[in-house]
Design a binder for this molecule. Sequence first.
Ligand code: UDP
Ligand code: MG
Length: 160
Amino acid sequence: FLPHLVASLEQVDETYIMGKPDGVQRGLVGEIISRFEKKGFKLTGLKLFQCPQDLAEEHYKDLKGKSFFPKLIEYIVSGPVVCMAWEGVGVVAAARKLIGATNPLQAEPGTIRGDLAVQTGRNVVHGSDSPENGKREIALWFKEGELCQWTPAQAPWLRE
Ligand code: UDP
Ligand code: MG
């Protein structure tokens, strides 16, 4: 049994994080990025972007048919969003924890939604719900050439 090899075999995942239009309008972009940056995940993609209707619908296609779907799409295209790709071991689940519950009034203090929002329909940030959706959403929101592969200087200080 070689624990150092087990650690190196741990799956590196990717997640799509998005500052929603309210996050941008409320001046929370730096704060949102900062939460993931400080935790120790690696930023591999970042852009300010005005989302077109069809992309918003594709991104949220699993929610098509829900009563809130039209208002959700209207919200997402209502102003620029900040698109982010983050990478790391366990990043998908960890990002969901950092973001907090969908309803900000139920989100724990210390989470982004728990600290910064009050309503489900204005909950500031999106995060992928599975590694598969992380890959799908990053491919949806970023073009080839928009992502960077790099080794942060802090890497050896984050993982032994
Ligand atoms: N949403 C909403 N009303 C609802 C449920 C969801 O407006 O009753 C919006 C909200 O912005 C949420 C998004 O739809 O973040 C996607 O819903 P999901 O259940 O996937 O929540 P999330 O994964 O964002 O926590
Ligand atoms: Mg979701």
